[in-house]
Write a protein that binds this ligand. Structure first.
Ligand code: GRG
Length: 296
């Protein structure tokens, strides 16, 4: 990525992180431990891909991203909730995330669970309050809540996680793997892009944003599977090889490394083709290409 694009990404991340920090600034004497756990996981780093996607789709469709930073944070809250819950002993039982001990390793397990729960409901408070204070209108709020809640539930990340848990140790077909991926990883990426379009008011562009997200989401998951084999703890911020250890079917276990990469390249090209229909797409096109060769 050239410097201009890099600077723009950093600018977005700085703004998002400043707003994220504000949501957990108050630490009450008795309940502060859960706020601390929320802050610990929210501020542990991460690429901030989903809020950036939301703000970019809003901007490319003629909206002002700076007006919607709090709403962009909502998608990062849900993402962080899913990471906290995914790492719990009853799920993937992972000790590290984003280069630090997982939330349940840094805090008692019950507090980590509740921190995830709190991050799951806070977005709905933030979106409702944005409507009540006039930042967005009521219809926009309802559309955002509809898209976001669907991406979390049985037809979204929770559904994907259930397929994942049910598939452990079993051979699953490519179709099931695609479905698992579309729910577990793709749904929130799609929600991010579609919510950005909704914020801009250009509802006619929702199908293209969803199509871009579908291609990007699958490419992203394939690269995630590749990195689980080829990356390092230092780069990834968590132990590599966890998919193999947990007997999971992944794109790499089915297609092998080379074919997985070729598939991710083709999906990235598809995503870029859809993006070319949007004005002012240079930044997001560069970011989309960069995600293919990411190391974390
Ligand atoms: C209640 C929201 C909720 C979820 C419960 C646990 C669960 C159901 C779902 C797990 C979803 C999950 C962890 C999907 C993995 C998606 C994925 C590829 C994560 C990595 O995303 P990156 O690379 O991470 O963007 P960073 O750390 O950069 O933000």
């Amino acid at each position: 990525m050239n410097n201009e694009i890099n600077n723009r990404l950093k600018e977005y991340c700085d703004k998002i992180e400043a707003r994220l920090a504000a949501f957990t600034a108050d630490k009450d004497e008795f309940r502060g431990i859960v706020t601390e756990a929320m802050e610990y996981s929210l501020m542990a780093g991460g690429k901030r891909l989903r809020p950036v996607l939301m703000l970019e789709f809003c901007r490319m469709c003629g909206g002002d991203p700076d007006k919607f930073l709090d709403i962009a944070c909502t998608i990062e809250m849900i993402h962080t909730c899913s990471l906290i819950h995914d790492d719990l002993p009853c799920m993937d039982n992972d000790d590290y995330r984003r280069g630090k001990p997982s939330c349940h390793k840094a805090f008692p397990e019950n507090i980590a669970l509740l921190a995830g729960d709190a991050l799951e409901v806070l977005p709905f408070e933030v979106i409702s309050d944005a409507a009540l204070s006039g930042v967005i209108d009521a219809k926009t709020a309802l559309m955002l809540i509809s898209v976001l809640s669907k991406s979390i539930g049985v037809n979204g990340m929770i559904g994907g996680q259930v397929i994942d848990l049910q598939s452990e140790g079993k051979e699953i077909s490519m179709d099931v793997l695609d479905t698992l991926q579309a729910y577990k990883t793709g749904a929130l990426i799609e929600a991010a892009c579609v919510m950005g379009v909704i914020l801009s008011g250009r509802f006619d562009r929702i199908p293209e944003a969803a199509a871009y997200a579908s291609a990007l989401g699958r490419a992203f998951q394939i690269v995630d599977d590749i990195l689980d084999v080829t990356s390092t703890f230092e780069e990834l911020g968590k132990p590599i090889g966890s998919d193999t250890e947990q007997n999971k079917t992944t794109y790499v276990s089915v297609l092998g490394l080379d074919r997985s990469f070729t598939e991710a390249e083709a999906l990235t090209a598809q995503a870029l083709g859809i993006l070319s229909g949007f004005e002012d797409n240079e930044f997001l096109s560069a970011l989309t290409k960069q995600l293919l060769s990411r190391r974390s």
